[in-house]
Every structure is written in C-alpha cells, then in structure tokens.
Design a protein around this ligand. Structure first.
Ligand SMILES: *[C@@H]1O[C@H](CO)[C@@H](O)[C@H](O)[C@H]1NC(C)=O
Ligand SMILES: *[C@@H]1O[C@H](CO)[C@@H](O)[C@H](O)[C@H]1NC(C)=O
Length: 228
C-alpha cells in the first residue's frame, strides 16, 4: 500500500504557483484587440508564455508515480519528455531510497534538466537528506531491488562515490542544498534554522558542498539542526 500513500503525499506537496506574464505587445496593435488575444491565445502569433514554478518533493525511487505527478503538473509528456516550456520545476530532494527506481529517476532528471534548458525552462534539483545520507555512506533505507539495480552492493557504492562515481558526480555537479527563485523564494528540503538562513543561499550551498565532498555530513555543523 506504499504507492497510493506516496501518491497522495506527492499530491499534497505539489505546489503550483500559476503565474502568467502579461501578453507581449503585438507588432501591429491595431489589428489585434486585447479581447481577441484572450479568446484565442493559442493562435496568437505571440503565444502567452507560462512561467509557473512547480515544486515536487520526495519521489523515493518510484518512477511510475513520479511520472504521474509530473504529467499531472503538465511538465512532461506521455513519453517522459519535458513539456513544461518555460516553466521551472524544483525537485526538493529525496529522489532515492524506499523503492527500486533510483537509477531511472536520477537519469530522468538528468534528461529533463537538459530538455527544459533547451526549451527556455528550468529543472532545479535540491538535496534531500536521503541524497546526503547516500553520498555519506548511510544506507539504512536502501532496498534490495535498489542494490540489485546497480548490480550489487559494491557497484552501488562505487556509483555513489562523490568524486569518482557516475551518480555521485552527477548529483554533486547538479544539486544544491538551497535554491532561490528570482531572488525572492527559497526552496529547501527541510526546515532552516534562522541562524543558518542568515548566512544566505550562496554560503549555505558552499558549506554543504564542502561537507558532502568530504563525505562527513554527520560532523558538519550545517547538517546538525540548530547546532546547539
Ligand atoms: C523524447 O526524447 C528523446 C530524447 O531524449 C527523443 O529521442 C524522443 O524522440 C522524444 N520523444 C518525443 C515524443 O519527443
Ligand atoms: C549551487 O550554488 C552555488 C552558490 O549558490 C552556485 O554558484 C551554483 O551555480 C549552484 N549550482 C547549481 C548546479 O545550481
């Protein structure tokens, strides 16, 4: 019964900020009234650009439900390709653990980052505690199917190596602990104590990258809550 529960949880955390920019001016204002544009936005020579920001949380190695949620949000098509145009998708971490589809999901986001960028949109990946744990060798939530999908425990360990593994490197070069959208909205996986927030996004990203690179998140103050 894990999957229906996951799906409900995903729906609950699916935050969609629907913001449409004002229609761009046409080259010949007299030929096209504002009401025409509203009635026929799709046939306009200047289609209205969507710039939604959609945040989706914990996917936990469940590819079918991840695709269902992304399709529901109209960010990918039925083939799993980016269809979000200029929208921004923020995945707030915990792609891994509790399910079998770890490799498929990280590869999906790797593809979507490129496809979205080509379309003028953006896919942002934020670290969850489960990414940080796996990169730090804390494997307590890894399932047997997950190990098998990597070809066994040793191969999985090598893949997650932050310096030399294909997945560790992919995550390290594309994820950050926080993301600030248009300078005013900050996304992170969990809560953020005020004394950390005061450091600002760049410093938080710097400190967390340093700890993740050294694989010693357990001892890094930035991952210790209030630090008290
Ligand atoms: C989906 O993307 C792949 C490349 O990643 C491409 O080969 C395929 O044609 C795309 N499918 C559609 C329907 O655009
Ligand atoms: C991660 O954060 C740093 C500092 O905020 C930034 O310079 C860098 O471009 C970010 N990396 C990605 C992949 O967004």
């Amino acid at each position: 019964m894990l999957r229906p529960i996951l799906f409900l949880a995903l729906l609950c955390i699916l935050l969609i900020y629907f913001r449409q920019s004002t229609p761009p001016p046409t080259t010949s204002p007299s030929s096209s009234s504002a009401s025409n544009k509203l009635k026929h936005p799709k046939t306009s020579s200047n289609p209205i650009k969507s710039n939604r920001v959609v945040a989706i949380g914990d996917l936990h190695s469940d590819l079918p439900q991840a695709l269902a949620v992304l399709q529901l949000a109209k960010l990918v098509d039925e083939d799993g390709n980016w269809s979000g145009g200029q929208d921004t998708l923020v995945q707030t971490g915990d792609i891994v653990d509790r399910g079998p589809d770890t490799i498929a999901l990280y590869n999906l986001f790797d593809k979507l980052r490129k496809q979205a960028s080509d379309a003028g949109g953006k896919v942002v990946n934020v670290y969850g505690n489960h990414e940080v744990m796996n990169l730090g060798g804390d494997l307590r939530y890894v399932t047997e199917e997950d190990y098998a999908s990597f070809g066994g425990r040793q191969k999985r360990k090598e893949a997650w190596d932050v310096r030399t593994g294909w997945l560790g490197q992919m995550i390290y070069s594309n994820f950050n602990i926080t993301y600030i959208h248009n300078g005013h909205t900050v996304f992170s996986h969990g809560d953020m104590e005020p004394q950390w927030a005061r450091l600002g996004v760049d410093m938080l990203n710097h400190l967390s990258r340093e700890a993740i690179w050294k694989s010693n998140y357990r001892y890094a103050p930035i991952f210790q809550g209030s630090g008290k």
